[in-house]
Design a protein around this ligand. Structure first.
Ligand code: HEM
Length: 528
């Protein structure tokens, strides 16, 4: 009798325990997905920020999806090579274009239960970022799960003192001396690509999808220059990263939605598996380099060599990167180091295909600065000023990194408004680059000369042109991009003239970066 009542007592206690635990879990979930977002909403509202009305639990995701779908169906029929417009904001981001009309250039919208402060106003951005140092900025926690397989805790995502440590280790890899040494490897890879193009043209195939070609050459360049590995070894990493990019960013994602990751279980599993495979490949590249005998006492000066070396920050020896940190940095650089530069070149070829007069201008400049000879030394490319105007104008109209994201790690005062600690921010670079109030009536025209004698391109606000980000977290690879861009474009323009194929369909779209959805077919003619 005694033992049976003990059993009943234990069973009852267990049930009550489970019920209690469930209740606590429900309260925690309700608190973090309902109460906290509502409090954040009220706080932002009381601070004067308005925006589209969210619904629980999707926030504004449904509205965004609907506007995107309506936009795709209304533009797909009209998109032909004759109707190419550089006015891309309302097609790439129809929801932001619409909400701007209703709520201005700073407002709050919701991804699931996460509020985002949308910013397309350079003066607001200037005031907001004036007091915040690089290490004090956060990156939205809500994106971290999504981006973990691609970037891990690499430089793009890391925060605080760890960011300082990583940035100090990495910056020397992009010193002028190191960049100069990378120049000849870039020339070799670009020439291989152009020899392939010549072969295709000679065999009667003058139409080439340059997006695919340039992405693969830029991948080869980053594999050789930053990691000292052959394209074959780098290719596996790049292919898997690319597959992961498509898996993670092409489908309907449920960012910020409670249990959102369980809504796409197949994709999440695939991304996780690919992430593990990439980590394994990179670990073997790292191990191989660790075991490779050094030439002399100095570590190799490419990115991987510097990441592996012990390092000193502000005169003090700092902890070297752990293997996990190394793998994450390698992923970040393998991906970030080729895709953005390749897209800058791709969009340039589109605009030059549409503007043969600028092809001629640049050819003249190349003749003057480089002569008819080879690029023997990349430093000679510094004199290509018009090419720099063209690059800036392309990055303005088609910024490969179309937005910058932040999360406040402290309350931030902007005039009489307070952005509460924890607020996510979405800085719309495409919008600012296409804002008539900042650039004038000809904002959507391709006019490289606006950058002549003016590094801001005549924009009436210094923070209205942000292709490489801003402040302490500005792009670390800017100079590498500059050099690679000039080398590849110089070689292309010296060997070919080109025009747009009638098969091109103009559909700039976002897959993390801004890319031509259907590639970029061009028709080539050799010029010597
Ligand atoms: C046209 C080419 C490029 C564009 C448009 C571009 C754009 C950007 C932008 C907008 C940011 C700021 C992101 C933020 O603040 O959240 C950034 C950061 C970064 N970029 Fe680039 N990038 C380019 C080329 C490169 C290259 C070639 C590399 C590497 C070799 C690279 C590596 C990085 C890294 C690691 C960061 C993070 C820096 C930090 O947070 O300290 N980028 N880039």
């Amino acid at each position: 009798m005694e033992s049976s009542s003990l059993k009943i007592f234990v069973a009852l206690s267990l049930r009550m325990g489970v019920a209690y635990l469930l209740m606590v879990m429900v309260v925690i979930l309700l608190f973090s997905w309902w109460v906290m977002p509502c409090l954040a909403y009220r706080k932002l509202k009381s601070n004067g920020f308005s925006g589209p009305k969210p619904s629980f639990p999707l926030g504004n995701l449904n509205d965004m999806k609907k506007m995107k779908m309506t936009n795709i169906s209304s533009t797909s029929s009209s998109s032909s090579s004759l109707s190419i417009s550089n006015d891309i904001h309302s097609t790439a981001f129809p929801y932001f274009a619409r909400w701007q009309k209703l709520h201005g250039k700073v407002f709050v919208y919701w991804l699931g239960t996460e509020p985002f402060l949308y910013i397309a106003e350079p003066e607001f951005l200037k005031k907001m970022s004036a007091e915040i140092r690089g290490k004090s900025w956060g990156k939205p926690n809500v994106f971290k799960h999504d981006r973990e397989p691609m970037f891990g805790q690499g430089l793009l995502m890391v925060e605080g003192e760890d960011w300082v440590r990583h940035r100090h280790v990495i910056t020397p890899a992009f010193s002028p001396a190191n960049l100069k040494a990378m120049g000849s490897l870039m020339v070799d890879s670009a020439k291989n690509m152009l020899d392939r193009w010549t072969g295709l043209i000679n065999s009667g195939q003058p139409e080439i999808d340059v997006e695919r070609e340039i992405i693969s050459t830029a991948g080869e360049i980053i594999a050789k220059t930053s990691f000292g590995v052959s394209y074959e070894n780098g290719r596996k990493v790049l292919e898997k990263l690319r597959e992961m990019q498509i898996t993670l960013f092409k489908s309907n994602r449920h960012v910020g939605v409670p249990f959102g990751k369980f809504l796409n279980p197949k994709q999440n599993l695939k991304a996780k598996t690919l992430g593990k495979e990439v980590d394994e490949l990179l670990r073997s590249i790292i191990t191989e380099r660790r075991e490779k005998p050094r030439t002399g006492n100095k570590p190799e000066q490419d990115l991987l060599g510097l990441l592996l070396a012990d390092n000193t920050v502000d005169g003090r020896k700092k902890r070297a990167l752990t293997t996990k940190e190394l793998v994450d940095e390698c992923k970040t650089f393998f991906f970030g180091g080729h895709e953005t530069t390749a897209l800058a070149l791709t969009w340039t070829l589109l605009l030059l295909g549409l503007h043969p007069e600028w092809q001629e201008e640049l050819r003249e400049e190349i003749k003057h600065v480089v002569g008819d000879g080879e690029i023997v030394d990349a430093t000679m490319l510094v004199g290509l000023k018009k090419m720099e105007w063209v690059m800036n104008e392309v990055l303005r109209l088609y910024p490969p990194a179309p937005n910058v994201q932040r999360q406040a790690r402290q309350d931030i005062q902007v005039d009489n408004l307070v952005i509460p600690n924890g607020t996510n921010m979405w800085i719309d670079v495409v919008s600012m680059h296409h804002d008539e109030n900042l650039w004038g009536k000809d904002v959507n025209e391709f006019k490289p000369e606006r950058f002549k004698d003016n590094i801001h391109g005549g924009c009436n606000h210094k923070m209205g042109f942000l292709p490489f980000g801003f402040g302490g977290r500005m792009c670390v690879g800017k100079n590498l991009t500059n050099m690679e861009y000039k080398i590849v474009l110089t070689l292309i323009l010296s060997r070919f003239s080109f025009s747009l194929s009638p098969n091109y369909c103009h559909a700039p779209s976002i897959l993390l970066s801004l890319r031509p959805m259907h590639g970029l077919p061009l028709i080539f003619k050799p010029i010597k």
